[in-house]
Design a protein around this ligand. Sequence first.
Ligand SMILES: [Zn+2]
Length: 292
Amino acid sequence: MVQSSPIRDARYYFSDGVVVLLCQGVLYKLHKTRLSMKSEFFLDLFKFPQNTSTTVVDGQDDDHPLRLDDSGIQNVDFRHLLVFLYDQDEIVAPAALQFHLSVLKLSMLWRIPSGIKYVKQQLPSHPEFTPAIQIQLSRQYDIIDWAGPAFRDLIEQPLDDIKLADSKHMGIVAFYKLIQVKHRVADYKVAMAFHPPDVHHSFGCDDENACSRLWESFWWGGFAKQLLHPNNKKKPAEILLELNPNKGVLSHMHPTCLQYTMEGIWENNPFNDEQEFMDEALIDLSSWIISL
Ligand SMILES: [Zn+2]
């Protein structure tokens, strides 16, 4: 196969550059000081000057470039990195998601702290930075503090909103853990709806059976119905906090019994379970990410 000769990049082939790099058919002529200043990798690479009088040095001209292809570097990533290194002041936010992915990838590879810092600052508010991509990058680059918030967001999202692409981004283990927690939360809600908490009757209660029946009918017809409604986005605690004791069936219940019953519910704090499922799954997920 005849390979076409490389072309010089229109912007990043500087006449006063000293090192020529080749990436997927494109030549770049750059400044060693610029690269070394930003990248610990290039600092090491250029640390020991080779004797140019006797040997041909990789990077000295178009015919002897440093070949980034040998390291599997993609031109799209490399050029994005150069925009970051040379033209950061001209980047209009939000830059394309791919731009950030490129800068992060090569900054991790070539140890460019400013690139990592820049992407970590910019990405969280990027419109295309989905929780699934956040989990993907978190496990690819060990950015553990990204996994938790992303996982929580996904647990809150209806399953229908989670697309195939999302599951591909996050990977099968994270996706499995997500589905597992979603199931546990759903089962837990059904159990909660099915078992009304006991009524704590007051001394003033003159008909405990009637009082308890009112509570149960509120639990079934009010609380459980709202909790299990397909469109419900509220947590069990929110639903209970929003209930109005002066309306509907609760208004017929003995007010002190209702007060004691509610206090009993909050004392036992049955709503912690959901949080615990999530915390357990997050610990699992984080140890998985660390083990990669
Ligand atoms: Zn009562």
